[in-house]
Design a protein around this ligand. Structure first.
Ligand SMILES: Nc1ncnc2c1ncn2[C@@H]1O[C@H](COP(=O)(O)OP(=O)(O)O)[C@@H](O)[C@H]1O
Ligand SMILES: [Mg+2]
Length: 285
């Protein structure tokens, strides 16, 4: 059994997965996404990428389109293209969560600066404006006064990316200074952590200095995390939830190439081990 880890940058996670696969007596392969090429006549054997692939590219689009190519060659890839496509886009994710009746923050969508400003004015502040593609809290803006909100929309209009002009405006959740990250592997919640925001930081991302603490996996949390993972198509995902003082738990995003550096420091379960076991189970299907 050969497990292939595709990366574009080797982080803690990729190293942990590689080491774990070897520890389990599997043949592990590390392949740099930036070196792979193929064409419409390519065959699976030409690439020799083993029995199952863990797509771990940091670049969302690189990982996404390479996965499409690898699925074309009939490689089982975790996560599947359709899952990566949904999770990589906050707008699509919100629609999928809402469609599946999974509690999620109320989110407004607008397709021009004028209508975004109109939505903000009508809904009332505070709100949160997010880029529909992105991670690590980048570009996630709490909007607390109308003047700043209008300025930020104006800035987005100047942005070169066409995606910057798709407006995703979310209610601001009244929550403690933390959120919850659940690492879901197949049909199991391997670990849940609280992520406490760093000083002078509203976002709780570990990439922004957020601190991890073990969270109890209550029945409610487990049920919601598994439903959210299933709604996007399953695989290995990070389901992020917030504790709304009024509504209770709400799922705000599902991460496709889940980082677990923070979670691994506090988890009692073996996170990379669960991921490798899952990859093997997919290869055997
Ligand atoms: N609607 C919201 N209300 C309150 N806090 C939020 C809201 N949306 C995001 N946050 C905070 O900002 C962080 C980053 O937002 P998120 O949607 O997860 O984007 P990213 O994909 O960049 O991590 C979240 O982890 C949370 O701490
Ligand atoms: Mg997040």
């Amino acid at each position: 059994m050969q497990v292939c880890i595709i990366y574009d940058k080797v982080r803690f996670e990729e190293k942990a997965l590689y080491d774990k696969a070897q520890e389990k007596g599997l043949k592990a392969l590390m392949v740099d996404a930036k070196t792979i090429t193929l064409d419409t006549d390519s065959k699976k054997e030409d690439l020799a990428l083993g029995d199952v692939i863990l797509q771990r590219s940091v670049s969302h689009y690189r990982g996404l389109y390479l996965t499409a190519c690898l699925e074309f060659l009939d490689y089982p890839v975790i996560n599947r293209f359709s899952v990566a496509e949904t999770c990589g886009n906050k707008l699509v994710t919100s629609l999928v969560l809402a469609k599946n009746n999974i509690p999620t923050p109320k989110t407004h969508f607008a397709f021009s600066a004028e209508s975004a400003i109109e939505v903000i004015r009508k809904t009332g502040l505070p709100l949160v404006l997010k880029p529909i593609v992105g991670s690590w809290g980048r570009g996630v803006f709490p909007l607390r006064d109308e003047e700043t909100a209008n300025m930020i929309v104006e800035m987005r209009e100047e942005d070169d990316s066409p995606l910057a002009r798709i407006y995703y405006v979310q209610e601001m959740i009244d929550r403690p200074p933390r959120d919850i990250r659940c690492i879901v592997v197949g049909d199991r919640v391997v670990t849940a952590i609280y992520r406490y925001s760093a000083e002078n930081e509203w976002r709780t991302n570990v990439a922004r200095g957020g601190k991890a603490e073990l969270a109890p996996v209550t029945k409610e949390l487990e049920d919601l995390a598994l439903r959210a993972a299933k709604a996007v198509g399953g695989g290995i995902v990070g389901v992020d939830l917030m504790e709304d003082k009024a509504k209770g738990l709400v799922v705000h995003e599902v991460n496709n190439t889940v980082e677990f550096r923070g979670a691994a420091t506090v988890s009692v379960n073996d996170i990379p081990g669960a991921m490798i076991d899952y990859a093997v189970s997919i290869a055997k299907k």
